[in-house]
Design a protein around this ligand. Structure first.
Ligand code: FES
Ligand SMILES: [Fe+2]
Length: 422
């Protein structure tokens, strides 16, 4: 349970809010790189952390991310013409480059210096792991290095990336990702087939995993252990990486790994950037197709605006007969099952009314960590993780181990990273 004050602190990320200030110390994905596919392509509207922006790729291929309205009379620059090294407002022709400088002002006399006074706020952008990342931090604080996620470091063929709209606050969706206890119900089948993977059986038979947490340089790692046979433990190990990333716990050795990053659009919706990778081999076309069609992993089936086809407005196409006979939710897709239940907590989840139990320790730690970092920054203490790209080069995964083996040993063995990559 949180106080109303702390719930506000955790969930609000607009300009000037403590959590918004904290988020702006970190690089954040804002688009798939493929949304700005070529020089001089159409600009794209972006709302991120409550700020309305527009992104465009100029003639030289450089990406600009600038405030969304023309400083003249506040027309939306989304309607602008992306031409010859700049975006031109189509109202009276003022033109801006990727750094936000006004490079042409045809509505003023030729000798006018006015254009030097009216630039746009512009944010640095980098392409990394197939996404475009922005740094929305203060201009006097130079951008840090990018987070060195393994999925961004592997060759492009080794990863599959996507994005989807989520119609609720970012924090409750993160809480869903670090809560492996829910797999025993939310994603479970009513009857397991004979040939079901052992992991599903362990989860179905043990709905009360024992949790162990350990801090990392960028967040914390969570192990959830379920009974596996007479003397075994089935561990699902999740990473939380501040401020808004999680690596999913399901991958067994050699299997594809997945993770997600939640980027607030505003306080009532967010983009979920989802990535799947395999360090040892390319992702096959069949695997990509399974992910695009929602049959595998935690990617969602989306329309051309990245809105899930099964969504809040159509009750995620729940099938009550399937719920009776086949799956606990009657909703198809792991990602959609997660979205349904996270959305259902409210646009902004009211944490003053909940009753947390034994399996909620990771959720408690997530809130504690985020609130602490936001408060520390208010007092002038910068988040070290924001400037430690290497801290993000970690793995998650699942493992069966003898029940007596301590978490530290299981994790050290299962999550070992190759020393050099990329
Ligand atoms: S409003 Fe953009 S040029 Fe006038
Ligand atoms: Fe889930």
């Amino acid at each position: 349970m949180l106080s109303a004050h702390d719930n506000e602190l955790l969930t609000r990320t607009g300009p000037g809010t403590p959590m918004g200030v904290l988020f702006r110390r970190f690089w954040t994905p804002v688009l798939l790189a493929s949304e700005l596919p070529a020089p001089d392509c159409p600009p794209v509207r972006i709302t991120v952390l409550g700020e309305e922006l527009v992104a465009f790729r100029d003639t030289a291929g450089q990406v600009g991310l600038v405030e969304g309205r023309c400083p003249h009379r506040r027309a939306e620059l989304f309607w602008g013409r992306n031409e010859e090294h700049g975006l031109r407002c189509v109202y009276h022709g003022w033109k801006f480059d990727v750094r936000g400088a006004c490079v042409d002002m045809p509505s003023e006399p030729p000798e006018s210096q006015f254009r030097e006074k009216v630039g746009l706020t512009a944010y640095p952008v980098r392409e990394w792991g197939g996404y475009l990342w922005a740094y929305l931090g203060p201009p006097d604080l130079p951008p840090p290095e990018l987070p060195r996620f393994e999925w961004a470091l592997v060759p492009e063929r080794h990863r599959h990336i996507s994005k989807k709209l989520q119609e609720c606050n970012w924090a409750q969706s993160v809480e869903g990702a670090i809560d492996t206890a829910h797999f025993s119900f939310l994603h479970m089948l009513v009857d397991l087939p004979e040939d079901a993977p052992a992991a599903l059986r362990y989860m179905k038979e043990d709905g009360a995993p024992r949790f162990t947490l350990a801090p990392t340089e960028a967040g914390f790692v969570v192990g959830g252990a379920r009974r596996a046979g007479a003397d075994g433990a089935y561990w699902r190990i999740t990473q939380f990486l501040a401020p808004n990333h999680s690596l999913a716990p399901g991958a067994e050795r050699g299997q594809n790994m997945s993770g997600q990053t939640w980027v607030p659009i505003d306080d009532e919706s967010c983009w979920v950037y989802t990535y799947t990778w395999n360090p040892d081999r390319p992702i096959t076309e069949a695997e990509r197709e399974a992910m695009r069609s929602g049959r595998a992993s935690i990617h969602s089936v989306v329309d051309d605006q990245y809105r899930p086809v099964r969504n809040r407005a159509n009750d995620y196409l729940i099938d009550r007969e399937a719920q009776r006979a086949a799956s606990f939710t009657g909703i198809a897709g792991i990602s959609e099952q997660d979205a349904c239940i996270q959305d259902s907590q409210g646009r902004i989840y009211d944490r003053t009314k909940e009753h947390l139990g034994t399996t909620d320790v990771a959720i408690i730690e997530f809130r504690r960590m985020m609130l602490r970092m936001a408060r520390e920054l208010l007092e002038g203490r910068e988040p070290a993780a924001a400037r430690n790209g290497e801290a993000y080069r970690v793995r998650s995964g699942a493992e069966v181990a003898p029940r007596a083996t301590p978490f530290a040993e299981v994790a050290a063995d299962r999550l070992a990273m190759p020393l050099e990559r990329g």
